[in-house]
Design a protein. Structure first.
Length: 458
């Protein structure tokens, strides 16, 4: 079954879906399994090990604290973004950890949570191993992989991920762009109608619509918070938050009736910056489809709400359904993990999703939607993931702003055509994966290549 739109758009916490949300979910899954199997009362210690990209950039991406929160039973969508860091500091200071929120064990900050900077597990660069002990005796050991967008896979004890097929039968089981277009043509349906029909197998239509509008409300709230929060981002780079100042300037320009034909693009830039500054500060964001690329879809959707006449709740729902359908193709046939394929899999995928979604709400055919999505990815091919200092700040924040503008350009370019084009979405996705495989590891979210080694940390 295609991935649900609610899997691709999940409410979580910054700064990274694969390095913060994923480890938090994996740690929570581990202690829940201990509780379910009756092992929690016998557990006297838990050791957590993070490998590959998680180990290399885990401190800058908030992985350390995320694991502690997960072990205590917190969930990304509900953890208090203000009190969470204080609780993590308390755990390190007191040496006491409450597994699943109920069972206290000793915690050694040096020995019980280890980030291996130069070791990787074979299947995926974002690997984790959790081990529970009873006075030195191993009670349980499990391996998990954070594969991007907050998705977590269990190991099946053979070194490979446990891929559990969804047995749910849907009317339109597409995996590729070609299959999606085929269902649209055969049924005379739009992309959003195909995705809605699949979603309604899981839950009633009213619940689907309410859930998507809830997702949008969190996106909009994130934008509002980012536009009203000045200061400097945490982490040591002393990156100044720009959204609040830019917002005030744009408001003044609007009040003064300043004439600028590109003013709409300034607003799109603002909205993307606002979201990703919130993400970089560990705030509440919607994974879309990752945290590192979380600003693009909200910014482009906000563009539709603000500047496209006739945009209403149905338009918002349809936008997110189309974006979800396109994201499901990437999730099933490629990767959205910067640690696996570089930033082309994060910002490139988000741009592709936003471009296709905007194309439909602007009146595009399914063929034009597919064309817009292809353009959005094609011009991100080869994009590296090189976070300076291991933080989701430089170049990530500005990259979302630029990716948002490119998504709007891609949608408008596709609408000027008739949907016929040389490079299909499936071909560009295949190319993205091949490019990611050829890319050196140091350019894939390790902070050991690109800008990360050419910018002196402050």
């Amino acid at each position: 079954m295609p991935v649900s739109v609610f899997d691709l758009f999940s409410i979580g916490i910054g700064p990274s879906s694969s390095h913060t949300v994923g480890p938090m979910r994996a740690a929570g899954r581990f202690v829940a399994a201990l509780d379910r199997d009756g092992l929690l009362p016998r557990t006297t210690r838990v050791r957590s090990e993070l490998f590959g990209s998680l180990g290399a950039t885990g401190h800058g991406h908030g992985s350390y604290n995320a694991v502690l929160w997960g072990l205590e039973g917190e969930k990304p969508e509900a953890v208090d973004t203000t009190k969470g860091p204080l609780r993590a500091d308390e755990i390190r200071r007191t040496g006491q950890l409450r597994l699943n929120g109920t069972h206290s064990v000793a915690f050694d900050a040096e020995e019980d949570l280890v980030l291996h900077r130069r070791r990787s597990l074979p299947f995926h660069p974002n690997g984790m191993v959790f081990t529970a002990y009873d006075e030195g005796k191993v009670l349980c050991e499990r391996t998990y992989y954070s594969i991007g967008g907050g998705f977590v896979l269990d190991d099946d004890d053979s070194g490979h991920p446990q891929l559990l097929p969804d047995p749910t039968s849907v009317p339109y089981p597409f995996r590729t762009g070609t299959e999606l277009l085929g269902f649209c043509r055969d049924g005379g349906l739009s992309v959003s109608q195909v995705m809605l029909a699949n979603e309604c197998v899981r839950r009633p239509e009213a619940e689907v619509r309410a859930g998507l509008l809830r997702i949008w409300s969190v996106m909009a709230e994130c934008i509002q918070t980012g536009c009203s929060t000045p200061g400097v981002l945490p982490g040591g780079l002393k990156v100044r938050r720009r959204a609040a100042d830019l917002y005030q300037r744009l408001i003044q320009n609007t009040a003064g009736n300043a004439s600028d034909p590109l003013a709409a693009m300034d607003w799109v830039t603002l909205w993307a910056l606002a979201v990703n500054e919130e993400n970089a500060s560990g705030g509440r964001v919607v994974t879309a489809p990752t945290n590192g690329a979380a600003g693009i879809i909200p910014a482009v959707l906000h563009y539709a709400v603000r500047f496209v006449p006739g945009t209403d709740d149905d338009t918002i729902v349809n936008f997110l359904l189309v974006a979800g359908a396109l994201g499901a193709i990437y999730q099933q046939t490629a990767s959205i993990s910067g640690a696996e394929v570089g930033c082309q899999g994060e910002v490139g995928t988000a741009c592709s999703m936003a471009a296709g979604a905007l194309a439909e709400v602007l009146g595009g055919t399914p063929e034009q939607v597919e064309n817009a999505a292809e353009i959005g990815m094609e011009h991100h091919l080869g994009l590296t993931c090189d976070p300076v200092g291991g933080l989701v700040q430089i170049p990530c924040i500005e990259r979302n702003a630029v990716g948002s503008v490119k998504a709007i350009t891609a949608a408008r370019l596709a609408l000027h055509g008739d949907g016929r084009h040389t490079v299909s979405l499936d071909k560009v996705i295949k190319t993205m994966m091949q490019t990611g495989a050829d890319m050196k590891v140091k350019y894939k979210e390790t902070a050991r290549g690109g800008l990360a080694v050419n910018i002196v940390e402050c």
